[in-house]
Design a binder for this molecule. Sequence first.
Ligand SMILES: Cc1ncc(COP(=O)(O)O)c(C=O)c1O
Ligand SMILES: [Zn+2]
Length: 409
Amino acid sequence: MSYVKALKCRECGQEYEKTAKYVCEFCFGPLEAAYDYEKIKKDISREKIASRSLNIWRYRELLPVEGTNYNTLEEGYTPLIKADRLGRELGMTNLYVKNDCANPTHSFKDRVVAVASTRALELGFDTLACASTGNLANSVAAYGARAGMKRYVFIPSNLEKGKVIGALIYDPNLIGVNGNYDEVNRLCSEVAGKYKWAFVNINMRPYYSEGSKTLAFETAEQLGWKAPDQVVVPVASGSLLTKIWKGNQEFMKVGLIPEKKIRVFAAQASGCSPVTTAFKSKTDTFRPVKPNTIAKSLAIGNPADGYYALRTIAETNGGAEMASDPEIVEGIKLLARTEGIFAETAGGVTIACLKKLAESGALNKDAVTVAYITGTGLKTQEAVADHLKSVTVIQPNMEAFEAAHLVPA
Ligand SMILES: Cc1ncc(COP(=O)(O)O)c(C=O)c1O
Ligand SMILES: [Zn+2]
């Protein structure tokens, strides 16, 4: 039994059946899952959630699947770390890091793919597909394998080795397209029109995108059933940012956490910053860009949910920042050195932007702040490899160790 009444157009409100449909026939607006919140409010409670397994399905009433036959690898309930050491460096007194590297394929994409693949199985699909900037490829390949589905995964051909091997190991059909993500996505829209496949981020997008809300749900639960004051979120398509906001609103609406105004901040790379650039130039019209950044996972020049991300930032009195490639590398190193977390380039973007937003005063330094670290550094090692101290190689004896002068005299 599901609490989703229908798929509903975000623009004109037209309702549709809960099939693999993603765009409104009347106005071309995106479709979104519409829930019966009154009913959820009656049925859900903190105690009920707390009694369930530590994965995203503990919030099942607010996820768009019908049954309980989940396609799961135990995604979610990742650590929320109080980041005091990093906070001290940035002058922040109430900083947390949500470490979503701790997912089955080491990025937050496992949340969205768990939901999309579960719904795809419910709708009778036998093939799982996606257009990916890297992490989604890993996740679709793994969750498709877990479900025994056929898998078609499309990526830009120039991705990092860790992302390519991290997909290939699950034996999908991996298609490297000679072009950037926006070109991969255009091709996939055509393919999705022709073949009866579940493209998680195209025709399954209304279900897929809902999975990101679980990051907000967990954060609130882990903070002791309250929302943070401000969040910093990496942005590619803009879906994650809008859904973190939506997740918080839903928790308030069904009475699980007290009402609060949350400020939402976007983090992008300077080499691909359509959302941040639009925000800073105070316009709501996007100029699509050709990405050029080491943060390949965020390299979407024409973001599908960019408009909604921008609106969320503006309406919550939030903000947006961007980070250059050297700043991204410094961000990765800063998080690793202070908190022991090795993030990928998207995490470098988040930490670099967090630093800038704190320094500029855009962020309140004493408010409860959560920075979302959405993927692991082990997949993007080439980004930092040339920026680290080297190994001290010695002969296996005490004289050699002491001659290396690693211990202060
Ligand atoms: C590690 C990481 N963080 C953040 C994002 C941004 O997600 P969205 O496209 O929902 O904005 C992505 C997207 O691929 C990603 O791989
Ligand atoms: Zn419409």
